[in-house]
Design a protein around this ligand. Structure first.
Ligand code: DC
Length: 235
């Protein structure tokens, strides 16, 4: 029986990764972080000294990236998480992700990883355009928001760089602009997404809200009209 597909989208620092990891754990399904694929493509571009605005070049590099629940790989070699999380890679990932060719290459990679996870019991998939573009037929779509100031504080705390709050705030607003103003797959909630403003909520509050939504889905069937029907199967 196929499992549930939950999408969690939102801007940098909105809590997607922390929420997705915990929700996946509580539901007993896989957590897929699609940002890792964009970060791996950006890392590869930096390593190769590629021009970050060269569409065909970036698409060719992206075709060497794969994604699974453990993270991203380049040429089949898993990339260590810390290598994907540097400020340089974060900035480059946001930059390369405006490119339509690169997005076109990474789209089937993300869908295949989500489908494989769903076959194995379900997945919580996080990113920017998962509910709108990658998995528009997902069972439950969540879009997380938070004030930019609060997001900068969370990022600073999370990375132990409290002294760099100003720089982090600036980097976040630059990424927000880039992610939401790009032409292809801009960051925005799907029409059928549940939008949660997490500014004043604790992580555990947000996790509970998402789990409640998943539980509603299990109890009443699929209120979002996914043509595949209730992903949990009939009781
Ligand atoms: O979620 P993250 O911060 O790891 O994502 C890194 C960058 O990748 C982000 O700035 C935008 C891009 N991205 C995207 O365009 N679409 C996705 N589904 C996931 C990430």
């Amino acid at each position: 029986m196929k499992g549930i597909l939950v999408t969690i989208d939102g801007p940098a620092g909105s809590g997607k990764s922390s929420v997705a990891r915990r929700v996946a754990g509580r539901l007993g399904v896989v957590n897929l972080n699609t940002g890792a694929a964009y970060r791996a493509a950006a890392l590869l571009a930096l390593r190769e000294g590629a021009d970050l605005s060269d569409g065909p070049g970036l698409a060719a590099l992206a075709s060497r990236v794969s994604l699974d629940p453990d993270g991203a790989s380049i040429d089949g070699e898993p990339v260590a998480e810390p290598d994907l999380r540097t400020p340089e890679v974060s900035a480059a990932a946001s930059k390369v992700s405006v490119n339509a060719g690169l997005r076109g290459v990474l789209l089937p990679v993300q869908r295949a990883a989500a489908e494989a996870a769903r076959e194995r019991g379900g997945a919580v998939v996080e990113g920017r355009d998962i509910g709108t573009v990658v998995l528009p037929g997902a069972d439950l779509k969540v879009f997380l928001l938070a004030d930019p100031e609060e997001r900068a504080r969370r990022r600073a705390r999370q990375s132990g760089r409290e002294a760099e709050l100003d720089r982090i705030r600036e980097a976040i607003s630059r990424r927000d602009r880039q992610d939401s103003e790009r032409e292809v797959s801009p960051l925005r909630p799907a029409e059928d997404a549940v939008v949660l403003d997490t500014t004043a909520l604790s992580l555990e509050d947000v996790v509970s809200r998402v789990l409640d939504l998943a539980e509603d889905l299990r109890r009443v069937g699929n209120p979002w009209g996914n043509p595949q029907g209730n992903p949990w199967g009939n009781p």
